[in-house]
Design a protein around this ligand. Structure first.
Ligand SMILES: [Ca+2]
Length: 335
């Protein structure tokens, strides 16, 4: 143990002199840590494989779903347990339906390139009014007061929930990197979840700063044999705030999955996050109580620790900082 500690201290001194960590203090790393989540499937519900899902929301035992493609676009109320469509409003064939969200007693639905949004009565699906917006409409979510609208860029527009007027924009970044292709959205416990088009990843975004504060990796959720076409990608997030259930699905998928998130282990996070040369820094963190298992054979602390990692240009330039959960002393480790 003494040998290990002496190596830790020696390495920490080395890292203290290491040029690529200069200017990045432990506290700065701590302030910018990025968490990566994997998933466990809790339940699987049926989903209409002809539904080209563009928006998904949950309330009181039902999913509300917006589907796309011209001539096939609709708004649906779906019984979660059975997948049965119990209410439906079809859009005119000139419209390509996009994201939906529920606010108060209304359903809001976007269209892709028509620049028009539809406002329906939640119970009757009667069209109450329309509103206009510029550019494209992709995803839509609400925190109950404001609407968040994605358009495929790295910006999320914030609209007034009553007037639908744009109030401001959120620029979404992971560190210094803008994250675009933001598609279906959901507000979950104070964050905006956004799945990235044509990927298995969901960004967890701070609505205040636009910073990506975590990533959810859903690789493996749906077997490729059920992916009916190249556009049949992940594209649906809904949240039940009462029972804290998270649902995800995709375009033409046979299932809606209720999933539980868990932090990925540090070693697999590093392997996953290890950026290509020149891609810059990425950071991962484990909460208190997790055991740090470094990808390095040199350092294997066996105490509960908060681990903050900074990875760059693997395999030679890898570093992390590691702080004991019970102590205030930060260690920086390089290997
Ligand atoms: Ca949603």
């Amino acid at each position: 143990m003494r040998t290990i500690l002496s190596r830790i201290v020696a390495l920490s001194l080395l890292v203290g002199c290491c040029p690529f960590l200069m200017g990045q203090t432990s506290s700065q790393v701590s302030a910018n840590v990025l968490q990566e989540y994997t998933f466990a499937i809790i339940r699987v519900f049926p989903h209409d494989t002809s539904a080209y899902t563009q928006g998904l929301a949950y309330r009181d035992g039902f999913l509300y779903e917006g589907t796309g493609r011209n001539g096939l676009s609709s708004l649906r109320k779906v019984r979660l347990e059975t997948g049965e469509v119990i209410q439906r409003a079809d859009l005119g064939s000139e419209f390509f339906g996009e994201g939906i969200t529920l606010i108060k007693d209304k359903v809001i639905q976007l269209t892709w390139k028509s620049g028009v949004g539809f406002v329906y009565d939640l119970k009757s699906f009667h069209l109450l009014r329309t509103f206009a917006y510029s550019g494209e409409g992709w995803g839509l979510a609400t925190d109950g007061r404001e609407l968040f609208l994605s358009d495929g860029t790295s910006e999320i527009r914030v609209l007034d929930g009553d007037t639908f007027r744009e109030k401001r924009r959120i620029r979404v970044r992971d560190g210094a990197t803008s994250i675009d292709q933001l598609n279906e959205l959901e507000c979950v416990e104070g964050q905006i979840f956004a799945n990235v088009w044509h990927s298995n990843r969901i960004a967890r975004i701070s609505p205040q700063s636009g910073d990506v504060v975590g990533w959810i990796d859903l690789t493996g959720l749906l077997s490729p044999i059920y992916r009916l076409e190249s556009e049949a990608v992940l594209n649906g997030i809904a949240y039940d705030p009462i029972r804290k259930r998270l649902f995800v699905t995709g375009k033409l998928w046979p299932s809606v999955f209720e999933i539980r998130l868990s932090l990925r282990s540090i070693a697999s996070s590093w392997r996953k996050n290890a950026p290509r040369k020149g891609a810059g820094f990425q950071r991962v963190q484990l909460p208190l109580g997790c055991f740090f298992q470094s990808v390095s054979a040199l350092i294997r602390p066996r105490f509960p620790a908060t681990v903050e990692g900074v990875v760059r240009d693997p395999p030679l330039r890898r570093a992390c900082s590691c702080r004991r959960a019970t102590g205030g002393v930060g260690l920086r480790i390089m290997h």
